[in-house]
Every structure is written in C-alpha cells, then in structure tokens.
Ligand binder design. Sequence first.
Ligand SMILES: [Zn+2]
Length: 278
Amino acid sequence: MHILSFDIEDWFHTFNRKYYNNPGLWKSLPSTVEKNTGIILDFLKKHNIKATFFCLGWITETHQSIIKKISRQGHHIAAHSYLHNKREDLSKKSFYSDTERNIKTLEDITGEKVNTFRAPGFSLNHNAKNTIETLYKLGIRYDSSLKSGFYLNDKKIPDNPFLIKTNNISIKEFPIHTFSFLNKKIIYSGSGYFRVLPYNFIKNKIMAKEYEMLYFHPRDFDNSVHKYINNPLLKLKYRFRTSSTLNKLKFFSKDFNFLSIEEADKSINWEKAEKIVL
Ligand SMILES: [Zn+2]
C-alpha cells in the first residue's frame, strides 16, 4: 500500500525564523503555490492517481481557486493547520482555534467534510492526549503526523497504520517512515531527502515494506524558488535537485499504485492494527 500526499503551502511556510510565525509578511512575498500545485495536479490527472492534499488554511483563503481545483479533480482534502505553527508552539486553546479555523475555511470553500489532519513539522507528539482529544472533537478521524521509530509519550511509533486511543475515542494514524543515518532519523519518502537520494535506494526501501507514505510540497517541484531566498545554505537546500522530483515520481507511478488515505482506509483491517493507548 503506497499512499501519496501533498502539503499545500508556499515556499515561505518553512521553519525559517524570518517567516515562521510572521504571517504579516506573507502577503508581500511572491507566491509560487498555484504554479507548482498545477504541476502536481497535471501529473496526477495524466497518471489517473488520487492523492491526499493537506491544505494550509491561510493558502485556502488566499488562493481559493487552486484549492477548488484540487477538490474538483476528486482528491482527498485534508487539514494542515491555519498558520503552520508547530504544535509545541501553540497553547491548547490556540491549537483548538487554529485547527477549527483551518477546517472551517476548507469546508466552506470545497463543500466537503474534513476528517483528516497533518500537523506542521510532524509535531503531533506534543501534549499528545489533549491534542488527540481536540482533533477528535473537531471531527478528525484520520491523522498523518507521526514518524515511525520515534515515540508518542513513551510508546514506540509503529511502521504500519495504527490506532491511537484515549478514553473512548480513537484516531487512525498513518505514520511516515524514517531510516537511521549518522545517528539521525531521516525521512526518505518525501521532500528534501527524496530529491537528494538515488531512485533505486528509495525504491528498495519502499519495496521492503508493505506500507509507505510519500509526501511532498509544491516547492519540491520548483526549479526557481531559490531565487527568493537569501540565506546561501537555505538557497542550496531549496534548489538542490528539485528537477528530479517529478521524474522520480513518474518512475514510481510505473512501479507502484498510489492511493489517497481515503482509498487506503478501505483496505486496512483495523481490528488487527496495532494500538497506542494514551
Ligand atoms: Zn507544512
């Protein structure tokens, strides 16, 4: 089972201190999200693939036409917060209001119920019990914000989709895989390292597992986004092998059948899935 997902945000929605937590600046910056999301949508249409799109609330509001286009093409629409704050940088109250605003904006624009979430920076494991309860209260039943090999409280995050339970509620979790390299746990199935690592290396990693979650941003497909970045290291990071992303995805689409979370859910036997009880 190979799930394809995209986090719909602009090139400045990274954790670069200059822009993070400074939404007052965002409207004055050149935007590339529509152009690059267009590249993604054309690719998916051509290859008849449905994916899950985690959409930032701020983008949903400021670029309504691209979100409507994603929805019209029948993709699975999901939430990725309103202002792209990591969970640990928000109080319980502001996490609730930010997520609520994200979901409402998306539902108003697409007319679809939103039941799936991804936290910015895969940061769900902060204050996990309260976070899960908040998400459930807001109608979220599926999540993809955790990295395998890390811990949720003191419980090791499994490799395959699993259930997070607390009190009488449960959320279905679709983790992203990591591998260890120089004492660091690295995500190979998306964004920066996907661009850098050779195709066969990633393919072998993916083939070794029954389940895989791939994830990208529109900026991963952009050969020119580095023009807007001054910091030389960040410039290199955002330029490096962006032209390889689409080609690799083309190869993968021949080797694997990609699904959205919505489609994958139907083929999982949740009775047999692992559980983490908080
Ligand atoms: Zn993000």
